[in-house]
Design a protein around this ligand. Structure first.
Ligand code: RB5
Length: 148
């Protein structure tokens, strides 16, 4: 993957900026949908801006950062086709790619330290979906969306 979309609210601003630097240093291009200042703002706005660009096919995967990662993950998962995982450990960050084909990683800027966050980002970017029996389960998620 050579490009990724990223967004945050004020609670995730510092961590988002570090993640951008980290990804760019690995030659992964980042599209930053904001927020760009520490002023208080509403995380659903940024989740929506990011998810729209994944739904359109412009980006395959994205990263959302807020204070806990939870608000962003709730907001992102309201969008059809989005499978957002709020992670605080590397095992989950890897498994959510392998088993859930997660296309959005949500992190809590007030929860995880920088080293752990960057390890999770690397796993999210580098790990491929395992497919097989998991494909059927992911297809069931899309079915649920259709029924709602
Ligand atoms: C903002 O204070 C905070 O509520 C937000 O960043 C996030 O943690 C919500 O889930």
């Amino acid at each position: 993957m050579n490009k990724i979309i990223i967004g945050c609210d004020h609670g995730g601003l510092e961590l988002k900026n570090e993640i951008i630097k980290h990804l760019n240093s690995k030659n992964i291009e980042t599209c930053d949908v904001g927020t760009y200042t520490a002023e208080s703002c509403n995380y659903p706005d940024y989740a929506k801006a990011l998810c729209r660009k994944i739904q359109s096919g412009e980006f395959e995967r994205g990263i959302l950062v807020c204070g806990t990662g939870i608000g962003m993950s709730i907001a992102a998962n309201k969008h059809n086709g989005i499978r957002a995982a709020c992670c605080s450990d590397t095992f989950s960050a890897r498994m959510t790619r392998m088993h859930n084909d997660a296309n959005v990683l949500c992190l809590g800027g007030r929860v995880v330290g920088l080293g752990l966050a960057l390890d999770m980002v690397d796993l999210f970017v580098e790990t491929e979906f395992e497919g097989g029996r998991h494909s059927q389960r992911v297809a069931m998620l899309a079915e649920i969306e259709k029924q709602n």
